[in-house]
Ligand binder design. Structure first.
Ligand SMILES: Cc1cc2nc3c(=O)[nH]c(=O)nc-3n(C[C@H](O)[C@H](O)[C@H](O)COP(=O)(O)OP(=O)(O)OC[C@H]3O[C@@H](n4cnc5c(N)ncnc54)[C@H](O)[C@@H]3O)c2cc1C
Length: 495
C-alpha cells in the first residue's frame, strides 16, 4: 500500500502544471503555489516582451496528451502558449489544486520529526506555515531577474534615459522614437532588437559579448526539427557513460562527424551571411550545443542588412550622460537601454545549509537525473532538466519524480548510487562537455533521447522506442510516442 502524501508544488508554469497533474493522478493530495496572479510562468503576458514566440516547433513544445491546436503556427506566439497552458490545466482540472498570488518564502525540514518540509507562505499580508510530506520544486530557471548596473547609470536616468530588464519591455510604445541599445547575446536580445526596429525606434544598436551559433527555423530550407532533434544526430555528441565499444566506434567515426559539423557551419555561415556582419563564432558548433544556443529571430538578418539594427561586439563600459561607452571604445547615444542579460538561477527559499549541499562551488547542481539530491530528502525538481523541448522534459521528469517519491521506480536508486551517478555526470561535464555546465549543468539538450531513455528505464517502461526503427533514428521526439511509452510504465494508485 502506497501512502497518500500531501505534496506541495511550487510554481505554476509548464513544469508546475505537469507536476501537479502527475502527483494528483497517482492519488496524492496536491497543493500548488504560484506567486503570480496567473499560470504560465515565462509565458504569462505581463512578463513577456512583445512578439515573443517559442524556439521549439509546436509539436515539440506540448504535453504528451494535449497537442497544440491545428490553428497555431509552427512556432506559436507567447499569448498562444499561455492560452495552451490554460487549456491543459482545464483539461486535467489542475487549476483547482493551485493557490495563486501565493509566494513560497522559505522551506525548512519539519521540526516535528516527521519526514517532509514546512513551507512559509505569503499571500498579500497573510503569512502562514504549512507542512508537506513531499515538495516538487517547479520554479524554473527564469524567475529572478539578473539585474546588472554600469557606472554612470544614475546620471543616464537623470538625463532622461531609461534602463530596463528584458522582461520589463512589455509594450513597443515604450521605445517609439527612442534611440535603443539592447545588451545581450541571447534570443531575447535579438527578439527585442528586431521588435524595436520594427516598432518605430529611432535607432537600434545590439551589443553582445561575442558571436554565438544561431540556428534558423529553416536550415537549408528544412525545418530544423527534422535535422537537429534526431537520435542519429545526438549520437554524434560526446555523451556520458559510453561503453568501450561505443568509444571505439566514436573514434572511428570521428572524421565523419567532424566533417558533418563543418558542413553545418558552412551552411549556416552562407545562409545567414555571418561573415558580413562579423557574426562568425570562434568555437566549433558541436562544442557549443546546449540550452543556450539561440534560434535566429525572424527578421534579424534582414534588419541588419537594411541597417535598421547595428550590431557591435563588446559590452557597456559606462554611461556618460546619454552616451554609452563600450569596452571596444565605441560611443552610442541612447535614450533607452534594454538589458537582456538573463535570470539568476537559484532556489532562494531553500536554507543555505541545503543550498550548499545542492550547489557545487562552480555553480553546478548535484542532482540525480536532474531531479533529486540524496541529501535533500522528500523533495525534487521538475523542469530543471531543461531542453529544446522543455514541456516534454517536464512531463517526463514529473512522472519519474512521483514514482521516486513513492518508491515505485523499477530502478529505485540508493543514496550511494545517486551520489556516484551525480559525480560521474559532473566529471563528464567538467572534463568532456563544458557546454553542459551552462545553467548550473541543468540542461539535458542535446541528449534528449538518452535522458528520456534513462527515465523510462527507471520507470520500468515496457515500450521505449517507436516500432519503426527509421522513425526512431531519424525522427524528432514525438509527444504521442512518449505518451505511449509513459502509459507502458507500471501504473499504481496511492492511498
Ligand atoms: C522567452 C522565452 C522563450 C522560451 N522558449 C522556449 C522554447 O521554445 N522551447 C523550450 O523548450 N523552452 C523555451 N523556453 C524555456 C522555458 O523557460 C521553458 O520552456 C518553460 O516555460 C519553463 O517552465 P517552468 O514551469 O519550468 O518555469 P517558469 O515558466 O519560469 O515557471 C516558474 C513559475 O514559478 C513561479 N515561482 C517562482 N518562485 C516562486 C515562489 N517562491 N513561490 C511561488 N511561485 C514561484 C514563477 O512565478 C513562475 O510562474 C523559453 C524561455 C523564455 C524566457
Amino acid at each position: 500500500m502506497i501512502e497518500r502524501k500531501k505534496v506541495a508544488v511550487i510554481g505554476g508554469g509548464v513544469s508546475g502544471l505537469a507536476a501537479a497533474k502527475a502527483f494528483d493522478e497517482r492519488g496524492h493530495r496536491v497543493v500548488g503555489f504560484e506567486r503570480s496572479h496567473d499560470f504560465g510562468g515565462v509565458w504569462e503576458p505581463s512578463r513577456s516582451y512583445p512578439d515573443v514566440q517559442t524556439q521549439s516547433p509546436k509539436d515539440l513544445y506540448c504535453y504528451t496528451d494535449h497537442p497544440m491546436p491545428d490553428s497555431y503556427p509552427e512556432w506559436p506566439k507567447g499569448p498562444q502558449v499561455h492560452a495552451y497552458l490554460h487549456s491543459y490545466a482545464e483539461k486535467h482540472n489542475t487549476a483547482r489544486l493551485f493557490k495563486l498570488n501565493t509566494n513560497v518564502k522559505a522551506m525548512n525540514q519539519r521540526s516535528d520529526g516527521q519526514p517532509g518540509w514546512t513551507l512559509t507562505l505569503e499571500a498579500g499580508s497573510h503569512r502562514w506555515h504549512e507542512d508537506f510530506d513531499f515538495v516538487a520544486v517547479a520554479t524554473g530557471q527564469f524567475s529572478d531577474k539578473n539585474i546588472i548596473r554600469h557606472p554612470g547609470q544614475d546620471g543616464f536616468v537623470a538625463a532622461g534615459g531609461a534602463v530596463m530588464h528584458s522582461s520589463e519591455y512589455t509594450d513597443p510604445e515604450m521605445i517609439k522614437g527612442k534611440r535603443v541599445v539592447v545588451l545581450g547575446g541571447s534570443k531575447s536580445a535579438t527578439d527585442i532588437a528586431v521588435n524595436a526596429a520594427n516598432s518605430g525606434a529611432r535607432s537600434v544598436h545590439w551589443v553582445y559579448l561575442e558571436p554565438v551559433w544561431r540556428v534558423p527555423y529553416f536550415v537549408g530550407g528544412i525545418n530544423f526539427k527534422r535535422l537537429l532533434y534526431m537520435r542519429a544526430q545526438e549520437q554524434q555528441f560526446n555523451a556520458w557513460g559510453k561503453s568501450a565499444l561505443q568509444r571505439v566506434v566514436a573514434a572511428v567515426l570521428k572524421p565523419l562527424v567532424w566533417a558533418n559539423f563543418r558542413g553545418l557551419e558552412t551552411l549556416l555561415k552562407t545562409q545567414l551571411g555571418l561573415r558580413k556582419y562579423g557574426l562568425v563564432p570562434k568555437a566549433p558548433i558541436e562544442r557549443e550545443v546546449s540550452c543556450s544556443v539561440p534560434i535566429v529571430t525572424p527578421g534579424l538578418f534582414e534588419a541588419l542588412k537594411a541597417g535598421k539594427i547595428k550590431n557591435i561586439e563588446g559590452t557597456f563600459d559606462r554611461y556618460d550622460g546619454k552616451t554609452i561607452h563600450l569596452t571596444g571604445g565605441e560611443k552610442i547615444e541612447a535614450d533607452t537601454t534594454i538589458l537582456a542579460v538573463g535570470w539568476k538561477l537559484g532556489v532562494p527559499y531553500l536554507p543555505q545549509e541545503f543550498q550548499d549541499k545542492l550547489i557545487e562551488p562552480d555553480g553546478q547542481y548535484r542532482v540525480y537525473r536532474l531531479a533529486v539530491n540524496p541529501d535533500l530528502p522528500d523533495m525534487g525538481f521538475v523542469g530543471f532538466n531543461s531542453s529544446f523541448c522543455t514541456v516534454l522534459s517536464a512531463e517526463m521528469i514529473a512522472n519519474w519524480l512521483v514514482r521516486y517519491a513513492d518508491g515505485q521506480l523499477s530502478n529505485q536508486p540508493t543514496t550511494s548510487q545517486m551520489n556516484s551517478n551525480i559525480d560521474l555526470m559532473l566529471n563528464w561535464k567538467r572534463a568532456e562537455r563544458p557546454a553542459a555546465q551552462i545553467y548550473g549543468g541543468l540542461c539535458s539538450a542535446p541528449f534528449h533521447f538518452k535522458h528520456f531513455d534513462e527515465l523510462l528505464a527507471d520507470m520500468g517502461a515496457r515500450k521505449t522506442k517507436r516500432s519503426n526503427p527509421l522513425a526512431e533514428q531519424f525522427g524528432y521526439p514525438s509527444h504521442t510516442a512518449y505518451g505511449e511509452f509513459l502509459a507502458s510504465c507500471p501504473q499504481y494508485q496511492a492511498g
